[in-house]
Write a protein that binds this ligand. Structure first.
Ligand code: NDP
Ligand code: 8X3
Length: 264
C-alpha cells in the first residue's frame, strides 16, 4: 500500500534550482508541507510560490549554507520552531555539485574544499541536525542525492567522484545506524541531467556547460523529483536502498550517444 505524503513535512536542501526546485514542486503536488533551504533567497521565494501553486499547503524557505555548521544549526532551529513538535517526515539531502574539471595535478584546493564541504560534510551536518526531528515510526525517509560519479571515476572528476562515493558510503553506514528506528534511507544516483550543475562546474561558462548535453537527451530535473516522491511513498516497510538512474543516451560515464546535427 502506498504511503500517503499528504500534509507530511518535507525538508529539501538545494531547493533553489535543479532537482531541489523540481522536488519542491513534486512533493508540493502531493500535498506536502515544505521547508526549503539554499543560499539564493530570491530563487527560493520563486520556488516556494510555484510549490504553493502546485498544491502545497505551506512552503516556507530560509537561507541555508550546508558548508557551515552554524548555518545548518540555525536552519534546523528555524525548522524545529515551525514544526511545533510535529514530525519531519522526509529529509532530501540534495545540496551539492561539482566545481571544476581539472586533473589532480592542476586542480585548486578551493574547488576540492567546496565539493567536500557540500556533498559530504553538508550531508552529514544536515542529517545529524535533522534526525532528532524525524519520527521513530514507520514512513520517515532520508533521500540522499548521489551520482553515477559515486559508482565510477573519470579524469578531472577525482574530488567529485570521491565526494559522491562518500555520499554513498555515508548512506550505507546510516542504513546500519537507523536499523530499528523505522527511518528509511536511500541514495538516488543520477547520470547526466541538465540543470545548473554544469554551469556551476564550469564557473559560469554556459557555452561549455551546454556542450555537455549537446546532441543527447539528458535527464530532466522532474525525472529525479518524481523518483524521489515514488521512493518516499513506498509502503513504510519498503526501503529503496540505491537507485542508479541514467538517460537512455548514456551507457556509461563518458559513453554517450550523440545525434549529429542535420543541415538546415
Ligand atoms: P543545480 O546546480 O541546479 O542545483 C544545486 C543546488 O544545490 C542549488 O539549489 C544550490 O543552491 C544548492 N547548493 C549548492 N551549494 C550549497 C550550499 N553550500 N548550501 C546550500 N545549498 C547549496 O544542480 P543539480 O540540481 O543538478 O544538483 C543537485 C544535486 O544533484 C547535487 O548534489 C549534484 O551533485 C547532484 N547530481 C547532479 C547531476 C546532474 O547531472 N545534474 C547528476 C548526479 C547528481 P544555492 O546556490 O542557491 O545555494
Ligand atoms: C553529475 C553527473 O557525469 O557530471 O553527478 O559526474 S557527472
Amino acid at each position: 500500500m502506498k504511503f500517503s505524503l499528504k500534509n507530511k513535512w518535507v525538508l529539501i536542501t538545494g531547493a533553489s534550482s535543479g532537482f531541489g526546485a523540481a522536488a519542491a514542486k513534486a512533493f508540493g503536488a502531493c500535498g506536502c508541507r515544505l521547508f526549503l533551504g539554499a543560499r539564493r533567497l530570491g530563487h527560493l521565494e520563486r520556488v516556494s510560490r510555484t510549490a504553493l501553486k502546485c498544491g502545497s499547503p505551506q512552503a516556507m524557505f530560509h537561507p541555508l549554507d550546508v558548508s557551515s555548521t552554524a548555518s545548518v544549526e540555525t536552519f534546523l532551529a528555524w525548522v524545529s520552531k515551525n514544526l511545533k513538535g510535529r514530525p519531519l517526515h522526509v529529509l532530501v539531502n540534495n545540496a551539492g555539485g561539482a566545481v571544476g574539471l581539472d586533473p589532480v595535478a592542476k586542480a585548486l584546493d578551493s574547488d576540492w574544499e567546496t565539493m567536500m564541504q557540500t556533498n559530504v560534510l553538508g550531508l552529514l551536518r544536515m542529517t545529524r541536525a535533522a534526525l532528532p526531528l524525524m519520527p521513530k515510526d514507520a514512513g520517515a525517509t532520508i533521500l540522499n542525492v548521489g551520482s553515477v560519479a559515486g559508482h565510477t571515476a573519470y579524469a578531472g572528476g577525482a574530488a567529485y567522484c570521491a565526494a559522491k562515493a562518500g555520499e554513498r558510503q555515508i548512506t550505507r553506514a546510516l542504513r546500519h545506524e537507523l536499523l530499528g528506528s523505522g527511518i528509511r534511507i536511500s541514495s538516488i544516483d543520477p547520470g547526466l541531467a541538465e540543470t545548473e550543475f554544469s554551469i556551476v562546474r564550469f564557473k559560469g561558462d554556459r557555452q561549455r556547460a551546454a556542450e555537455v548535453y549537446e546532441g543527447m537527451n539528458p535527464l530532466l530535473a522532474v525525472d529525479i523529483a518524481e523518483i524521489m516522491v515514488w521512493v518516499a511513498s513506498r509502503p513504510p516497510h519498503v526501503n529503496i536502498d540505491e537507485m542508479l538512474v541514467k538517460p537512455v543516451d548514456q551507457a556509461e560515464m563518458g559513453k554517450v550517444f550523440r545525434r549529429t546535427r542535420t543541415a538546415s
